[in-house]
Design a protein around this ligand. Sequence first.
Ligand code: KQY
Length: 408
Amino acid sequence: MACKADRRSLCGVALNMIVCYDCMKPDFVLKLIINNNAIQEVDYDMKILHTCPKDDGFYMPAEFSRHYGCILIWPHRRDSWQNGAYAARKAFTQLITLISQTENVTVCARYEDYDSAREMLPPRVRVIEMSSDDSWARDVAPTFVTNGKDIRGIDWGFNAWGGLHDGLYFPWDKDNKMARKLCDLMEKDCYDCREFILEGGSIHTDGEGTLITTEECLLGKGRNPDMTKQEIEKKLCDMLGVKKTIWLRRGIYNDETNGHIDNICAFASPGEAVLAWTDDENDPQYEISLECLEILENSTDARGRKINVHKLYLPEPVCITEEECQGLDNMDGEPTRTPGERLAASYANFYISNGHVIVPQFGDKNDKKALQLLQQLFPDRKAVGIYSRDILIGGGNIHCITQQIPLF
Ligand code: KQY
């Protein structure tokens, strides 16, 4: 065959022509195969599901299980990313280049930014045009669940981290449509869970029935104010196929996501967790991390194991400078950040790719320590640091801008 695409890669028949998803070129040979009836029809049929993933035999695998690929969104918001997002694009490029060594990477870029993404990113990265409000794939791309044979996406409701209560921008409708568009693009069925507000950064699973999250985020007024803690927990169990939820109270100090779990705590493997930590009792983070430690140490996971907690020492407080603030366009005339504001810097916001564990770096003495600990906890992957201050200025970090697609 002229093209190595398999049947799954066919994206449709248009004007009597097949287009290969891998190379995006019309494929004459495949068309002949169709005319010879070797392929009767394209079997694409994305279903919107209203059933329960758990009852359907689907669950959310851990990030450390094998991936098919990863989704990111090219940064563009001038009130989030300084200097027209140029510095952030360079950091995204470094990260994407690394991930794409061991995973299939898809980057969504707005029409206006397509050329920039295509020019900056390596050819092995797929760039597609898709509108978005911002660039936090963790929170707006689907959460994928698997039954061990195939995957499906979950389309949660998204309201920019708190909607009209304390959300971070308005409108957010383009972001809220991305999960469904991505399922469509990937030809994967999609669970409609838009009535429930949830961001992917607010949950972590160990792939063996345990979920961790924070009360600060999930029980806050900006997400699902009419649901009780028990109702929220049931929704998580049904949608993610988990049996046990461990509730930490709060996330990283001054985290504008209302304390996403992915900035403070993560599983390295079942029964092993890392927790962002400081020994400085005068730091407001101290009390928060101590409370998390006590909860984790007094919890067992879904399989009844005690959780071994590894302290992941934070960098010294990272604060935005006057110059960096000047590089941000004001939102509705209001500054989005003020000089000296503490950013939610944490090494816990790492991404586990097939070949690497990719760790934020801040130019701090603890950068190396974080890499060493994570290297020890992920012996089958290479721990690599990426200087991520320009991502942090946007309000999140490496984990927040990625969303893994499990192997299928
Ligand atoms: O950390 C994240 N998951 C997203 C942060 C959004 C910040 C918007 N400025």
